[in-house]
Design a protein around this ligand. Structure first.
Ligand code: HEC
Length: 250
């Protein structure tokens, strides 16, 4: 084991062991920036150690010198000549190569609604349409109660029991379920806009809203026209928000 007495081998060993300990011995793993910092300190310490006296320093640089000038190290030189640029090139490549990442999501959150939609084979005019259930003030409470039931059965696990978009499933979705308490959602939309969104869901969003991976389901096959208007009434009633009126948007 005489080679262990060589300063050069000692220095390399210390660096390798320090790296292995820092990289794999720390739980949770230290970030690369910290690792680089520690390794620089270890390298500095090693250099101070091997250069502490001139014998030690000569011993340290001897293998490097020999590799560079001795005729019998020709093959090693050639190997290094090929391997070093390759390694550096690979490193540069890993740094510069495009990493897979989600595309930036530039999307229209509230795209213009279609003028009309097909609902169960019937054409419903969206532009200018008001919630027909609001005409009969006497049944307001009844409709809101029915809407609450529809909400609890179908919407609560995404939009949350406080209507704040924090349902049980919410953390799994991007974009997250709409927070109806937020003044930026239903408060600035007409009820007919909501009708369109509830009926057609994420799949019904127009192209300008892509890339858009909305999980908002299309409810047209599961809820009746009346149930959708009721759940919309519930959303406004429970949050204390008021729907936007059509006149204001012109
Ligand atoms: C599987 C989860 C999920 C369920 C269930 C769900 N939603 Fe959604 N909803 C979303 C997500 C996600 C969004 C936000 C993306 C979008 O607008 O499509 C959203 C958006 C909306 C919007 C649009 C709000 C805005 O500001 O544009 C309305 C209205 C809405 N949901 C109502 C409902 C109603 C009513 C129900 C029940 C009948 C329901 N949602 C059930 C996930 C869900």
């Amino acid at each position: 084991m005489s080679f262990l007495r060589s300063r050069f081998v000692q220095a390399v060993l210390v660096l390798v062991i320090a790296f292995v300990v820092l990289r794999f011995g720390i739980r949770p793993p230290a970030p690369w920036s910290v690792l680089t910092l520690y390794m620089s300190i270890v390298l500095l310490a090693v250099l101070v150690f091997v250069s502490s006296d001139s014998d030690s320093w000569r011993d340290f640089v001897r293998p490097i010198r020999e590799t560079l000038v001795n005729p019998d190290r020709r093959h090693m030189r050639l190997g290094l000549l090929i391997a070093l640029p390759l390694l550096l090139g690979y490193y540069a490549y890993t740094q510069a190569a495009a990493k897979p990442q989600a595309p930036p999501e530039l999307r229209a959150v509230h795209p213009a609604p279609p003028a009309s939609i097909q609902f169960r084979g019937k054409e419903i005019q969206i532009t200018g349409l008001d919630n027909p259930l609001r005409k009969d003030q006497a049944s307001f409470k009844k409709h809101v109660a029915a809407g609450a039931e529809t909400y609890i059965r179908n919407c609560v696990y995404c939009h949350g029991d406080n209507l704040d978009g924090k349902g049980h499933f919410a953390p799994g979705f991007n974009p997250p379920p709409a927070n109806f308490q937020d003044p930026g959602t239903i408060a600035m939309l007409q009820e007919a806009y909501l009708f369109w969104r509830v009926a057609k869901g994420g799949p019904g969003l127009p192209k300008e809203s892509t890339p858009w991976n909305s999980v908002m389901p299309a409810w047209e096959d599961r809820l009746t026209e009346e149930q959708i208007w009721q759940v919309i009434m519930y959303l406004y009633d429970a949050t204390g928000q008021h729907p936007r009126r059509w006149e204001e948007s012109h």
